[in-house]
Design a protein around this ligand. Structure first.
Ligand SMILES: [Ca+2]
Length: 341
């Protein structure tokens, strides 16, 4: 005969009392799942942990300076407090920093409450963690070492509050030599020559709420320009969006590879007539010749000998000068998981 020990009989918890307005009671339901009850008497089941994993490698390229979503590592989040965790195995171009960050999107963006644990395990000695509560993100950085086969992985857990249903996405970025200007707060080192430039123009805009308005002050070139350090055999591209309400006979951009003495080693240029009333993309790509130590880029009007004159105006936006070829790969098997709290 079998005797039940009363101490081992499961004790079902009583249903929680209806909480006062503004509070939520959490208790195990008869099916073992967590349930919540609000002042309105509404009971809902807390969803269980959810995980997405990469079935294959995802590679991000450094063509753009923006953060890019790692395709496949995105999860819907109900409102509430969640533990977000993940393991990301990553590789990056030799000598290049790569970064991952959690992005929280929704009607009311998520807010990180606490970093439970964060660890960067690197094949090389590099690795770091940056945490910013105000920006609602957590950034891990890894640096490509001396061996292209090196892999580095990040284990990170955090608590996040989602005031409204939203999403969490793993974002990635690879740091590479570049300069850009979107006139909405992101810019690097661009100067003007031969022009009056309104860098907070709202007349015509390609991205965001601002663009650049370049007005030629004479018959010489009227441009925004920048210098960046560059090495031989590296590939660079420059692109920009340009606009004129009336059209222009000659507008565009160029890159110029230079040696230690500032002598030109080769120019790649894209100038032509700019059509009226349509944002037009101009782009060039070039490989740095031997002895290259720097690259010069300019965007705007080459007025001399091409029928343009003082007072000609061109609007520019989303200028990107970047070294190409650098990559950042999140390896298959990496996963992102959310667990409601
Ligand atoms: Ca803009």
């Amino acid at each position: 005969m079998r005797h039940l020990n009363p101490l081992h009989i499961p004790q079902l918890p009583a249903s929680p009392a209806t909480p006062p307005a503004g509070y939520v009671a959490v208790a195990a339901g008869l099916d073992g799942r967590l349930q919540t009850r609000s002042a309105a008497g509404v009971t809902s089941v807390v969803p269980s942990a959810h995980r997405v994993s990469l079935a294959q490698d995802v590679t991000l390229h450094a063509a753009r300076p923006d953060w890019a979503a790692v395709s496949g590592l995105q999860l819907d989040l109900p409102s509430g407090v969640h533990r977000v965790s993940g393991v990301f195995t990553m590789t990056t171009s030799l000598g290049r920093w790569a970064f991952t960050s959690y992005g929280f999107d929704g009607p009311a963006s998520g807010r990180i409450l606490k970093v439970d644990q964060a660890e960067t395990v690197a094949g090389s000695v590099y690795g770091g963690l940056w945490f910013s509560e105000a920006w609602g993100n957590l950034i891990n950085g890894v640096r490509g070492g001396d061996d292209a086969t090196e892999r580095q992985y990040v284990v990170a857990e955090l608590l996040v509050l989602m005031p409204e249903p939203g999403q969490v996405t793993l974002l990635g970025q690879v740091e590479t030599p570049r300069a850009w200007h979107d006139f909405d707060g992101t810019s690097d080192n661009w100067s003007m020559s031969g022009a009056d430039v309104d860098e907070s123009n709202t007349d015509y805009v390609h991205s965001g709420s601002l663009s650049g308005k370049i007005v030629a002050v004479g018959d010489e070139r009227a441009v925004l320009y920048v210098y960046e350090g560059a090495s031989p055999a590296t590939t660079w591209s420059c692109e920009a969006w340009m606009y004129s309400p009336t059209g222009l006979p000659w507008a565009g951009l160029e890159i110029d590879f230079m040696d230690d003495n500032g002598e030109s080693l080769g120019i790649q240029a894209a100038y032509s007539a700019l059509p009226a009333g349509v944002w037009t993309r101009r782009a060039v790509t070039g490989i740095a010749p031997a002895r290259t130590t720097q690259i010069y880029a300019q965007v705007g009007l080459e007025t001399a000998n091409n029928g343009a004159a003082a007072g000609n105006t061109v609007y520019v936006d989303d200028i990107v000068l970047a070294q190409q070829g650098d990559t950042f790969t999140v390896k298959a098997g990496s996963y992102l998981q959310t667990t409601p709290m």
